[in-house]
Structures are given as structure tokens and as C-alpha cells.
Design a protein around this ligand. Structure first.
Ligand code: PHE
Length: 343
């Protein structure tokens, strides 16, 4: 029996020194001491060899040993899950809260808002429409019949499920929807995202943002178009900026013109941005083609109108000197945070 007592002491020392940092080591402990073929079971089995008069005191010893072995197992398990060492969670309600960084408006949103504000002052309302359009609203009604060569300038993405559906190439489609519902006088601007099938580079992207405008009433003339756009440019870029019109072609306007502004960077002296011409193009415009008016049942003998369309990215580029179109959609905070102070 002396041997058994000594043996138990040795086991107790081993148990006290046992370390287990992994679940596998804890499980190995369990199997070794508490398993069906483990040490606790084995020493318990020794009871049958203990003389009757010593059974009681040995029973107490063995029970104590089993409890030590089991308690150690619980300790090892708890240490593993961190229950024992983790301090109780503290919450101090008097500490200041976490600071969440404030976001900022996207430069395109800033420019969009500026443009809308300026045209609001001239009595233009904002109209919006779907980005997935049908052929008629985007092309047909705008005097761009199927196979018209001018469609090449606005190649887009078509929807397999229905070849009549496409991603709008300009927000003229919204003007179409306005003319469908509303009779003159009409004065709207149509801001929104448009799509074109272009290879992405610093100067072209498969989507961009436009603001188009439409004004239809009695006696609307090219002078009104000119004055409206001149007002816009001066409000947007400052009173010293000059404008010029160049004859152009759009199927939905006649006559048509592209408008340039004097270069903001060099003041007209010539630089890289204006390609040494002193002028930069900012929009297309013209008098609404009579056929477009008639497409919507508007009497072209009674009413005339002007329309224009500009890219917001272009305005933004000139206002903030952004030289790569891709920056607008890369979501890089180093670019975006530069606009935190802009309104
Ligand atoms: N819809 C033309 C474009 O996207 C812009 C434009 C609008 C030109 C209105 C003239 C008049 O290119």
C-alpha cells in the first residue's frame, strides 16, 4: 500500500505541473487522467487490493485524488477559452465617444448641386428618368432613327433579354419623357448618369454624368440660349470668363453649336489644358429640331425651344483641375478627402 500512496503523490505533482495551451493538449490530459483507461480509473481499481481495515482511509485519499484530477481539467479548459484570465468588461459612460470621421460630398455631387442651383435661379426645374431606356426615348424620338450614322457617336450597352432596351447614352431621354407628359412652357434640366461603349482611359469612361437642359416656349430664340448659358458660365466659373460658339451637328437640334469657354488655367494665353488654343469645349447645344417637337405633339409653328447638354466630369475637371476621369470612380479616399471643405 506504501507504493500506492507514493504513486498518488507522484501523479499529483505531475497534475500540478501539467500545462496545456491548446485544445489538443487539454484533451490529451483528459484521456490520460480521466479517460476510461485513464489513471484515475486505474487507481480506483486498486481498492479491491486494499485490506478491509484500510479501505476507508484509502477511499478518502483516492476520492481526493479524483477531485484534484477533475478540477485541473476544468482549470485547463477555462484557461483555454480565456474565461478565467479575461477581466470583467468595464464601461465608463463618462469617457468621450469614439470619433467617427466625417465623409464628404463627391466632387461630381458638388458640381451637380452647383449646376442645379444656378439653373434653379433661371426657373429650370429638375427632371429625372430611368437609366435603362427604350430605343425610342433615347434615340428614335430624338431624331436618331435606326442606322443613323450619328448613333455611332453614342454606342451603348444593350440588354440581351430585350434588344429594345439599352443603357441611356444621354439624358435627352429624360427630355423626351418630359415632352411626352408636359405641354409648353417647359423649362427643365436633367442631371443623371449616362453610359457609352468606350474603352476606359484618362479621357473616356463607360459611364459619366450629364446635365441636359430644355426650354420650350413662345418666341424662344438662339439669343435666349446664348444668354442662359452665358449666365451659367459666369456663375460657375466667374465673371471674367468668355464664351464662344462653334457650329456643330446634333440630329435633335438645328442649328447646333458647341460652346467653348476661355481657358481658366492660362486665361486664354495657351496651355496644355486648352491645347494652346485658349479655349476649352464644355457643352453641346442648339435649337430643338422641329421634328423632335412634332414627335411629342408640340406645334413647331407655334413653339420653339433650345437645348443643351454638358458632362459634369468636364465641369469638375475645369473647376478642380482633375486630370484623369478614372479618379471619379476609383473610390480612393486620398482623392475624395480633398473635397471636404468644398460645398
Ligand atoms: N445629347 C447630346 C450629347 O449627349 C448633348 C446635347 C444636348 C447637344 C442638347 C445639343 C443639345 O452628346
Amino acid at each position: 500500500m506504501e507504493n500506492l500512496v507514493q504513486q498518488l503523490e507522484q501523479y499529483k505533482n505531475e497534475i500540478a505541473a501539467y500545462e496545456a495551451n491548446t485544445a489538443a493538449a487539454v484533451e490529451a490530459y483528459r484521456i490520460k487522467y480521466l479517460g476510461t483507461k485513464g489513471i484515475v480509473k486505474a487507481v480506483m481499481g486498486e481498492m479491491k487490493n486494499v485490506p478491509n481495515d484500510q479501505k476507508k482511509s484509502f477511499g478518502l485519499l483516492l476520492n481526493e485524488f479524483r477531485q484534484i484530477a477533475e478540477a485541473k481539467y476544468e482549470t485547463l479548459k477555462a484557461a483555454l477559452t480565456g474565461n478565467q484570465t479575461e477581466p470583467a468588461e468595464t464601461f465608463d459612460s463618462t469617457l468621450p465617444g469614439d470619433v467617427y470621421p466625417l465623409g464628404s460630398r463627391h466632387p461630381i455631387s458638388i458640381v451637380r448641386k452647383n449646376i442645379i442651383d444656378i439653373f434653379h435661379r433661371l426657373g429650370f426645374a429638375v427632371a429625372e428618368g430611368p437609366e435603362i431606356e427604350d430605343d425610342w426615348h433615347n434615340f428614335g424620338a430624338m431624331n436618331l432613327p435606326a442606322d443613323h450614322p450619328a448613333r455611332d457617336m453614342q454606342d451603348t450597352f444593350y440588354i440581351n433579354k430585350n434588344p429594345d432596351w439599352l443603357l441611356r447614352t444621354h439624358t435627352s431621354s429624360v427630355q423626351a419623357r418630359v415632352m411626352e407628359k408636359q405641354k409648353p412652357p417647359i423649362r427643365v434640366i436633367c442631371p443623371g448618369r449616362v453610359y457609352r461603349n468606350e474603352t476606359i482611359s484618362a479621357r473616356a469612361h463607360c459611364f459619366f454624368h450629364q446635365v441636359e437642359g430644355l426650354c420650350i416656349d413662345d418666341n424662344v430664340s438662339f439669343a435666349d440660349l446664348k444668354q442662359t448659358l452665358y449666365f451659367f458660365v459666369q456663375e460657375m466659373f466667374g465673371k471674367t470668363v468668355k464664351i464662344r460658339f462653334r457650329p456643330s451637328y446634333f440630329p435633335f437640334t438645328e442649328p447646333s453649336a458647341e460652346m467653348d469657354i476661355s481657358c481658366l488655367i492660362c486665361g486664354g494665353d495657351g496651355c496644355n489644358v486648352c491645347k494652346h488654343t485658349g479655349w476649352v469645349e464644355i457643352l453641346g447645344s442648339g435649337m430643338v429640331h422641329p421634328r423632335v417637337l412634332e414627335n411629342f405633339g408640340i406645334d413647331s409653328n407655334k413653339y420653339t425651344g433650345f437645348a443643351f447638354g454638358m458632362g459634369m466630369e468636364r465641369i469638375c475637371q475645369l473647376k478642380y483641375r482633375v486630370n484623369d476621369l478614372r479618379l471619379y470612380s476609383q473610390n480612393d479616399v486620398r482623392f475624395l478627402k480633398q473635397f471636404t471643405s468644398a460645398r
